[in-house]
Write a protein that binds this ligand. Structure first.
Ligand SMILES: C[S@@+](CC[C@H](N)C(=O)[O-])C[C@H]1O[C@@H](n2cnc3c(N)ncnc32)[C@H](O)[C@@H]1O
Length: 276
C-alpha cells in the first residue's frame, strides 16, 4: 500500500507539531511512526490524502480532538514507580522539611508532576510522603499531575499497573498500598484520588497558570524531547509557577544550567535540585 506522507509533508507536519507541543521530530527517527499513524488515522476519518488530513487537523478541529489523537499517538510515555528514586528521598528528607519550616502554618505545600504520564511519578511522590509520614501529619500536601496525552491521564486516574511498572517498589510498600489482581496491581482506595490529574500542554501558559502556584515541580524526562528554545520557554513557565524558594527537579539527563540561569543549583548528596 502506498503511504500518504511524503518527506516534504513530514517537514510540514513536523513544524506544526513542534509549534503546538514543543516536540521536535527527526525524519530519520520518526518518519515511519508518523507515516503509519497518518495512514491509519486517514482511514478512520475517511480522508484519502495527506492534504485533506492536514486541513482537518489545522482548520476543522475546533474541539482539538484531532490534535489530541495525534498527541496520544506520538508521545513517549515510558515511566515506572520509584524511577530515579533518590529524588523522592531528597524530596521527603530535605525539601519538604525545609519548606514546611519556612511556610506559615495552615498553608498547604503543593507539588506538580509535569509530565506525569500514567501516574507512576506523582504516586511515587505520594507513597514517599505517606511512608515518611512526618510533614504530612502537620501540613496538607497537594499533588497535581498533568500530561498532554489524554490516554495516559485516564490510566493514571484508574491506578492499575503492570508488573513491569511496579518492579522497583519495595515489597512491603507494594503490599501496604496496592491490591494484587490477576493481571497486575490496583492502587488501593486510600491512595486512589490522592493526585489531581488533568490533560494540559506545558506550552499553553494560560492553561498552566490555572493550576496555581507550586512549591515543588518535578519535570523529568520530557524536556529531552524539546529543542533549546522550547526548553527555555517551559523552564520559564515553571519559574513563574513556583513560589519563591520553591524547587524544580529534572530527569538525570537534563540540566537546568544548560537551559536558563534564573535558578540556583543545589546538590543534596548526589542529587541536583534547582531553587527559585
Ligand atoms: C517519558 S514520559 C516521563 C514521565 C515521568 N515524568 C517520568 O520521568 O517517568 C514523557 C511525557 O511527557 C509528555 N509530554 C510531552 N510533551 C508534552 C507537553 N507539551 N505538555 C505536557 N506533557 C508533555 C508525554 O505525553 C509523556 O507522557
Amino acid at each position: 500500500m502506498s503511504r500518504l506522507l511524503s518527506k516534504e509533508n513530514f517537514i510540514k507536519i513536523g513544524e506544526y507539531i513542534y509549534r503546538k507541543s514543543g516536540i521536535y521530530l527527526e525524519e530519520e527517527k520518526h518518519f515511519d511512526k508518523i507515516s503509519k499513524y497518518i495512514d491509519k488515522r486517514a482511514q478512520e476519518i475517511e480522508v484519502d490524502s495527506f492534504r485533506k488530513y492536514f486541513f482537518k487537523l489545522r482548520f476543522e478541529d475546533k474541539e482539538g480532538s484531532e490534535f489530541q489523537e495525534l498527541m496520544n499517538a506520538i508521545t513517549v510515555n515510558e515511566t515506572y514507580f520509584f524511577r530515579e528514586k533518590n529524588q523522592f528521598e531528597v524530596l521527603v528528607n530535605s525539601i519538604l522539611p525545609e519548606l514546611h519550616a519556612s511556610k506559615p502554618a495552615g498553608v498547604p505545600l503543593r507539588i506538580l508532576s509535569s509530565p506525569s504520564s500514567t501516574g507512576e511519578e506523582p504516586y511515587s511522590i505520594v507513597l514517599h510522603i505517606v511512608e515518611e509520614g512526618k510533614v504530612v501529619e502537620e501540613r496538607d500536601i497537594e499533588v497535581v499531575g498533568i500530561d498532554i496525552d489524554s490516554t495516559v491521564i485516564k490510566k493514571a486516574q484508574a491506578g492499575f499497573y503492570s508488573d513491569r511498572s511496579i518492579h522497583a517498589i519495595p515489597k512491603d510498600i507494594l503490599h501496604r498500598w496496592f491490591v494484587k489482581k490477576p493481571l497486575g496491581y490496583q492502587l488501593g482506595e486510600d491512595l486512589l484520588g490522592s493526585v489531581d490529574f488533568s490533560v494540559r500542554n506545558v506550552f499553553d501558559k494560560a492553561d498552566m497558570r490555572k493550576l496555581g502556584k507550586f512549591d515543588v515541580i518535578f519535570s523529568r524526562n520530557m524536556l529531552i524531547y524539546f529543542d533549546d528554545a522550547s526548553r527555555k520557554e517551559v523552564a520559564m513557565t515553571f519559574y513563574d509557577m513556583l513560589n519563591p524558594g520553591g524547587y524544580v527537579l529534572l530527569g538525570h539527563a537534563e540540566y537546568m544550567s544548560r537551559i536558563v540561569s534564573v535558578f540556583k543549583a543545589k546538590k543534596v548528596g548526589d542529587t541536583l535540585i534547582y531553587q527559585k
